[in-house]
Design a protein around this ligand. Structure first.
Ligand SMILES: [Zn+2]
Length: 258
């Protein structure tokens, strides 16, 4: 565990160290932090790239898939030569090339109820870049149970939504949505399409929230409100979210989901 930045680190991170709200102490906190990114896809790619560039000490990447040609329009961790390669390997190579200071831990598995707690334990923040409701609810329930703050996000077509959850302090994803929607109501990227830059905008907001939380920002986080992005009309709006005392994940006497 280091207690000072090297000359090279001070130069690498100089443009964020000089931001008054950050500074050298915040940079050291970032360098000691551990962030888990679930999904090395459209959201996880921009999030992980900015987190690696910012000098997060350890990045965990969970993804069971291999890179496909149709991923490359938005999943900017991967390049044409990576097609067929496990996404976690391609992600690790890209992130290490960007910043060799970052330790990248790969989990080439599907994040599910059998491994979720084990994988998530020990991380300081989780970026949920998953593409399905079962995983989004699982991330919420595990993060709330373990007390790990996280960023929820969803994207489809020309729309995105994002919210930060700090367990014990703010409303959780299940306070808002209760249960996964019925299958016929679900739009996902595979079936409905997504503009790559929309994923980039939302994933970048997730990285911003992770950095803010880890740097020690006490307020200003995207908590208790869902930010909804309508790229077609280029508008952002917020939906207030209140903690539900009866919430099955974070309410009083909530049963364990896993
Ligand atoms: Zn809740």
């Amino acid at each position: 565990m280091f207690d000072r930045l090297t000359t090279e680190q001070i130069e690498r991170y100089s443009r964020q160290i000089m931001v008054p709200d950050l500074g050298g102490k915040a940079q050291m906190r970032l360098c000691r932090s551990r962030v888990l990114v679930i999904g090395a896809g459209g959201l996880g790619s921009p999030a992980a790239l900015y987190l690696a560039a910012a000098g997060i000490g350890t990045l965990g990447i969970v993804d069971a898939d291999k890179v496909e040609l149709s991923n490359l329009q938005r999943q900017i961790l991967h390049a044409t030569a990576d097609i067929g390669r496990p996404k976690v390997e391609s992600a690790k190579a890209t992130l290490t090339k960007l910043n060799p200071d970052v330790e990248v831990k790969t989990h080439p598995v599907r994040f599910d109820a059998s491994n979720a707690e084990q994988i998530a334990a020990g991380f300081d923040f989780i970026v949920d870049g998953s593409d399905n409701f079962d995983t989004k609810f699982l991330v919420n329930d595990v993060a709330v149970k373990l007390g790990i703050p996280f960023s929820h996000a969803g994207i489809v077509r020309l729309q995105g939504q994002v919210m930060t959850v700090v367990p014990g302090r703010s409303a959780c994803y299940r306070c808002l949505f209760k249960t996964p929607p019925p299958p016929e109501e679900i739009l996902n990227c595979q079936a409905s399409g997504i503009l790559g830059a929309v994923a980039g905008t939302i994933g970048t907001i997730q990285a911003t929230e992770a950095v803010k939380y880890l740097a020690g920002f006490d307020d200003g986080l995207l908590t208790d409100r869902l930010l909804v992005y309508d790229a077609k009309n280029l508008r952002f709006r917020e939906v207030e979210v209140r903690r539900d005392p009866q919430c099955a994940a974070c309410g009083a006497g909530a049963p364990s989901f896993i």
